[in-house]
Design a binder for this molecule. Structure first.
Ligand SMILES: Cc1ncc(COP(=O)(O)O)c(C=O)c1O
Length: 438
């Protein structure tokens, strides 16, 4: 039996901890309110003059003033093409564009020469798929999972069809998490590429990347990580994860559309064929042949999206100021709260794993009094009338929807500016939706 003194000590400890947690939660609420001031769009009224509640961040996030100002500054003060002019503006633009690569490198713990700017995640994944063409023989294997976004399956379907390679799938446990036993079985010595999402845009699941890397590396396979939903939301350390490639989109992390990144291990990129050929990516050209530029420029053919790159750099500054650990924690807490609030509604079904296995994405369906599905398009239309923007549909994951035997889901997804009141309001409107359709 513990002495009274010990019990009292322990109680005091827990009280202090509870107080601390409460203070941290309040501080986060305060900082959310400060963050919101940087996003003028969040004080907009929409539809019937109601305040906007933006819960579609997995599709794209809003942009803070700092990012928009930096892009405007580039176009208004030093717009020029990069890496070709000797004049002042070109030098300034080149410097800022390269600085943006450096910021990405630092943010993801990669080397400067490993950071390729792309349009988006999709382009990054396609660069890797294209580079695999001359590395695959008939009956070699490409492995993906059953929870892919179309961007991480379609390029590999085509690659498999054209090379005679086989496309194989890591199975899921209860449509929640990756089944590692299945990964052990599916990945073999014939596997040349394993490509998995770091976080599912439908289920919210954060996958155990290092476990998959261990299995893939034991068979000598390359590993590609689709970081579209992880890079914006959690600390991601490219070197530590041990993957060969990592793709992400700027527009899902406060940056403008049309800019993203593919990070690749230097030694792999050196040996990899680029997707696009032309200006900027060459070192020497004569009428018969050409040699390629140094990394990363070998993979950035043509005039790049300079303003977008600069905007991405500023978005990274913004996120780094908050701290990615904190971003992740804030979203986790909001997701946990959302799942608790949705669980109070016996007419709502949530998909995916418990909150401790997921990031800030909650997919769900709503049923009427007769237990019939209320189509997500109807649910989202009514939410929209109340200013609440969510995503409804197959989320670019038709195979997963079919495997789960559902036509579509509703999805709320969070970012640094979302708060608890927005979740409460969503719960209230979901009750109205159910009443209306019953
Ligand atoms: C998991 C995942 N992969 C890839 C993509 C494709 O991203 P993008 O359309 O920016 O290329 C998305 C977009 O939603 C995604 O969620």
């Amino acid at each position: 039996m513990p002495s009274d003194k010990k019990v009292q000590g322990s109680l005091n400890f827990h009280k202090k901890m509870a107080f601390k947690i409460c203070v941290v939660a309040q501080m986060d609420q305060l900082s959310i309110e400060n963050i919101r001031k940087d996003f003028p769009i969040l004080s907009r009224k929409v539809r019937n003059n109601v305040p906007l509640i933006y819960l579609d961040n997995a599709a794209t996030t809003q942009k803070p003033k700092q990012v928009v100002d930096a892009i405007a500054d580039y176009y208004l003060r030093y717009n020029a093409n990069v890496h070709r002019g000797i004049h002042a503006l070109s030098e300034e633009a080149s410097e800022k564009y390269e600085e943006a690569h450096l910021k990405v490198a630092k943010f993801l713990n990669a080397k400067f020469q490993e950071v390729i700017f792309t349009k988006n995640t999709t382009e990054g994944l396609n660069i890797v798929a294209h580079g695999m063409y001359d590395r695959l023989e008939r009956d070699d294997e490409i492995v993906v999972t059953r929870m892919e976004h179309h961007s991480n399956i379609v390029p590999f379907q085509v690659l498999a069809r054209k090379t005679g390679a086989k496309l194989k799938f890591i199975e899921l446990d209860k449509f929640e998490t990756l089944n590692l036993e299945s990964a052990e079985k599916v990945i073999t010595d014939r596997t040349k590429l394993v490509s998995i999402p770091h976080m599912s845009n439908v289920l919210g699941t954060i996958n155990p990347v290092k476990d998959i890397v261990d299995i893939a590396k034991a068979h000598g396979s390359l590993v590609l990580l689709d970081g579209a939903q992880s890079v914006p939301h959690l600390p991601v350390d490219f070197a530590d994860l041990g993957v060969d490639f990592l793709a992400f989109s700027g527009h899902k992390m406060l940056a403008p559309m049309g800019i993203g990144g593919l990070i690749g291990k230097e030694e792999v990129l050196e040996d990899f064929e680029p997707l696009l050929y032309g200006g900027e990516m060459i070192k020497y050209v004569d009428y018969e042949r050409a040699t390629w530029n140094d990394l990363p420029w070998k993979f950035e053919a043509g005039t790049p999206n300079v303003g977008g790159g600069i905007g991405l750099g500023v978005a990274i500054d913004y996120l780094s100021n908050i701290g990615m650990e904190r971003v992740h924690k804030m979203e986790r807490e909001l997701t946990k709260y959302t799942m608790e609030r949705f669980s109070e509604l016996d007419f709502v079904q949530i998909y995916g794993p418990p909150s401790e296995y997921r990031g800030g994405v909650v997919s769900f369906n709503v049923f009427n009094d007769d237990g019939e599905l209320i189509h997500p398009h109807d649910v989202s239309t009514i939410l929209d009338e109340h200013g609440i923007a969510i995503r409804a549909g197959h989320h670019c994951a038709q195979p997963l929807m079919r495997a789960m035997s559902i036509p579509a889901t509703n999805r709320v997804s969070f970012y640094i500016y979302n708060n608890y009141e927005e979740v409460d309001k969503t719960v209230e409107v979901l009750k109205e939706v159910k009443a209306l359709f019953s």
